[in-house]
Design a protein around this ligand. Structure first.
Ligand code: C2E
Ligand code: CA
Ligand code: CA
Ligand code: CA
Length: 277
């Protein structure tokens, strides 16, 4: 502690330099990963109240040659800070669309596909054209694609109306992710073409015991109903949570209780097995 006080400046500047070097190394590593196809999309089923798989959320994984499977929280922030999120984000959209094309050929044509968008991607001038071209190349009706964004996106890009108008014109849906964890939620829902909200797992995990979480979730469902928004409850981990959410008439569920994110092949098998008469 004393050392830190005496040479505070050097202490901090040195660790900052180290941080910069590490980040540069990670960024190069990630650039290579993108080039060498070490990245992979996993698909987590979205399950309806009737028990049918209605779609999937695409979740990014990095199959690192030495470190094994790395979760997005470890590398998406690096991509966001370095601008690599632009090509990476377009890669995710392309891969998810290709997967959708394969699902259709497998006879699973009416599945929704949900893709996460980082706030920075709003500034990617190629994104809208990329979306349009990708959908048309794979013959995907735009209504089957949802982009999941967080309130951070609105907060950091106040002038992003244009971007959202263009998505709306194209018919691509917007889902508000991690709903309930941000700030002026209701304002955004009024101002932007939001079609669905995803109740953050921190609320779902409080079910069924925590009274506050029960009240918050009921309020969200009532609000969404009044506004004509679809609701997805995420992070559903056990049967009690699922049962209570069904009682509240929540319509779509996602979580380990149903299925963890799967490799594409496993996802296809899962959907086929579930829907086999
Ligand atoms: P998210 O969009 O909120 O995604 C849901 C996260 O919850 C995923 O973590 C998923 O594996 C996890 N999850 C699913 N079911 C359960 C459950 O029952 N319990 C718990 N505790 N967790 C559950 P994951 O895959 O590690 O992704 C973390 C975050 O990384 C995502 O949060 C999203 O913000 C970001 N992310 C993932 N893929 C992409 C991507 O392609 N692009 C961008 N920009 N961000 C991505
Ligand atoms: Ca998400
Ligand atoms: Ca979420
Ligand atoms: Ca999140």
């Amino acid at each position: 502690h004393a050392r830190r006080e005496r040479s505070g400046f050097r202490f901090y500047s040195q660790s900052m330099l180290q941080g910069a070097a590490t980040r540069l190394r990670r960024m190069r590593d990630l650039q290579r990963a993108l080039r060498e196809e070490e990245l992979e999309l996993y698909y987590q089923p979205l399950v309806s109240i009737e028990g049918v798989v209605v779609g999937a959320e695409a979740l990014l994984r990095w199959r690192h040659p030495r470190e094994g499977l790395i979760l997005p929280s470890e590398f998406v922030p690096i991509a966001e800070d370095t601008g690599l999120i632009f090509p990476l984000g377009r890669w995710v959209i392309s891969r998810a669309a290709e997967a959708w094309g394969r699902w259709r050929r497998e006879g699973l044509s009416s599945l929704l596909i949900s893709v996460n968008l980082s706030p920075q991607q709003i500034k990617d001038v190629q994104l809208v054209d990329h979306l349009r071209e990708t959908l048309s190349r794979h013959g995907i009706p735009p209504g089957y694609l949802t982009l999941e964004i967080t309130e951070r996106t609105f907060l950091e890009h106040m002038g992003s109306r244009e971007f959202f108008s263009r998505l709306e014109e194209m018919g691509i849906g917007i889902a508000l992710d991690d709903f309930g964890t941000g700030y002026s939620t209701f304002q955004y829902i009024k101002q932007y073409p939001v079609k669905a909200i995803k109740i953050d797992k921190s609320f779902v995990q409080g079910l069924p015991a925590r009274g506050e979480d029960v009240a918050i979730i009921q309020a969200i469902l009532t609000l969404a109903d009044g506004l004509g928004l679809a609701v997805i409850a995420e992070g559903v981990e056990n049967e009690q949570q699922a049962l209570l959410l069904r009682t509240f008439n929540c319509q779509i569920f996602q979580g380990f209780f149903y299925k963890e994110p799967l490799r594409e092949e496993e996802f296809i098998q899962y959907v086929k097995a579930l829907h086999r008469p």
